[in-house]
Design a protein around this ligand. Structure first.
Ligand SMILES: CC(C)(COP(=O)(O)OP(=O)(O)OC[C@H]1O[C@@H](n2cnc3c(N)ncnc32)[C@H](O)[C@@H]1OP(=O)(O)O)[C@@H](O)C(=O)NCCC(=O)NCCS
Length: 150
């Protein structure tokens, strides 16, 4: 796990466009290199890359408590061929660690109700389901989870 480097941008855009293809079909923006380069250097934005054999295999993007409270995990994605090996869980665990280090009392995220993999990762990492938001994003429902720092 490491911080973003500009050279990761094209690979992360490819991972994101595949991982969020359904959402892009609903109207989410298409990811490009600039999306990651801009956010990678922004204060309070944490863009973390997971590598497999030296190549970016996934990422997570969050804002810490210097930008908004609660801190928020905005995106996590793992390359489709590398899912189910614990990489998503490591990225979510890192978001919790960074939120705590940054002084956040709460880290929130939202995901689709039908995303069994993401819901499983949240529950395995101590997140609790907090809210069910109807037609919240691109016309479809979201489930909000939160991790509370005790
Ligand atoms: C969500 C995502 C990041 C998880 O990444 P991952 O590397 O596969 O995650 P992990 O391997 O750490 O854990 C996956 C867990 O979900 C479980 N899982 C995976 N697919 C599942 C399914 N269809 N049904 C039930 N459980 C499933 C796995 O068994 C695993 O649980 P375990 O740790 O108890 O074995 C990945 O699926 C992804 O990129 N999805 C597309 C993008 C997305 O939806 N992001 C979340 C919203 S921002």
């Amino acid at each position: 796990m490491r911080g973003f480097r500009d050279g990761d941008a094209a690979g992360l855009a490819e991972i994101a466009n595949e991982a969020f293809s359904d959402e892009i079909g609903r109207g989410m923006q298409v990811f490009d290199k600039d999306y990651f380069v801009k956010r990678g250097g922004r204060p309070g934005v944490r863009l973390v890359v997971a590598e497999v054999e030296g190549v970016a295999a996934g990422f997570m993007l969050m804002t810490d408590a210097t930008v908004e409270t609660p801190a928020q995990l905005h995106l996590v994605a793992v390359e489709s061929g590398l899912r189910g090996r614990g990489i998503g869980g490591l990225l979510v665990g890192e978001a919790v660690r960074l939120a705590m280090d940054g002084g956040a009392g709460k880290l929130k995220l939202s995901t689709r109700p039908w995303s069994k993999a993401m819901r499983g990762v949240c529950e395995a990492h101590g997140f609790v389901e907090e809210a069910y938001l109807r037609r919240e994003y691109l016309g479809e429902d979201l489930v909000q989870y939160a991790y509370f720092v005790e």
